[in-house]
Design a protein around this ligand. Structure first.
Ligand SMILES: Nc1ncnc2c1ncn2[C@@H]1O[C@H](COP(=O)(O)OP(=O)(O)OP(=O)(O)O)[C@@H](O)[C@H]1O
Length: 264
């Protein structure tokens, strides 16, 4: 019998806090994502979810604590290196190059892996050409995976919202991430579009072996896709567990009821 090799987390957030002036937007949060896991981060508005994503993807530095990605402390990375290190992300609001075509937008996502400057590409065009061919092959693979072949040469500005979201997902995949951060990816989508994204998310994990951490308000999507769920409220983790455990947790119900009461 072979001994099981213990798995190390792809992402290990250790006692992380983020202060904005007097506001502790994230307060002593620890969470992890194991290889091939789909993990959701949920919580009422203002709970600190987006700030947590900004800390993990290097947009903001933590005030306290450590974020370990594939065994490396991300404090050693420059913010421009996070995507190349393997952290892909989609944003709450679309962040695409609107005049560019679908292919061009995906190539931008791939560009993090080019290890030459524009000047170099003019002087020594052998190496860049090889890299560009590899990039185009990767982009074609993603286009096929996301079933957007007929959109490939259209400007993003001409696409429907759900299609644009699919391109954004493709761009995050183009950097060949080990961890994909999805920020409310199904918000504003109809049922069919949501089902497509749910299917792609499962396939991203199963076919590409990518771990997924998602912020999601759509409870059906959370329940259907997540292996585990973390719940934030006022910057603090108030619950974690399987979707069923979290859904039955009185503290979670209270946090959401409190939010409803505030908006009543
Ligand atoms: N750059 C900033 N400067 C000051 N305060 C901030 C900043 N970013 C976030 N905050 C505050 O931190 C808290 C957490 O905000 P955050 O956007 O992380 O919550 P959220 O859970 O993502 O909310 P939502 O579901 O509405 O997107 C809020 O009180 C917010 O006002």
């Amino acid at each position: 019998m072979t001994a099981e090799v213990p798995q190390i987390p792809v992402l290990d957030v250790r006692k992380v806090s983020k202060r904005f002036g007097g506001v502790k937007a994230v307060n002593d949060v620890s969470l992890n994502v194991m290889p091939r896991e789909i993990v959701s981060l949920i919580g009422p508005n203002g709970a600190g979810k987006t700030t947590t994503f900004n800390l993990i993807s290097g947009v903001l530095p933590p005030s306290e604590g450590q974020i370990i990605f594939k065994g490396q402390d991300t404090a050693t990375l420059r913010s421009s290196d996070f995507a190349r290190a393997g952290i892909g992300r989609t944003f709450q609001n679309l962040a695409l190059f609107r005049q560019g075509t679908v292919v061009e937008n995906l190539l931008v996502g791939r560009h993090v892996h080019f290890n030459y400057s524009v000047l170099e590409s003019l002087l020594f065009w052998g190496r860049p050409r090889t890299a560009e061919i590899a990039a185009r092959e990767k982009v074609e693979q993603i286009i096929e995976f996301l079933e957007i072949e007929e959109l490939r040469d259209k400007p993003v500005s001409q696409l429907a919202y759900g299609q644009q979201k699919r391109v954004e997902l493709g761009r995050a995949l183009a950097c060949e991430p080990s961890l994909l951060l999805l920020d409310e990816i199904v918000a504003g989508m109809n049922r069919e579009e949501k089902e497509d994204i749910a299917r792609f998310t499962l396939d991203i994990r199963d076919e590409f072996g990518i771990a997924v951490l998602m912020i999601e308000h759509d409870m059906q999507v959370v329940m259907d896709l997540s292996d585990r769920v973390y719940v934030l409220d006022f910057g603090q983790l108030i619950a974690q567990g399987t979707p069923q455990e979290v859904a039955a947790n009185p503290a979670v119900l209270q946090a959401y009821l409190g939010e409803e009461a505030a908006h009543a």
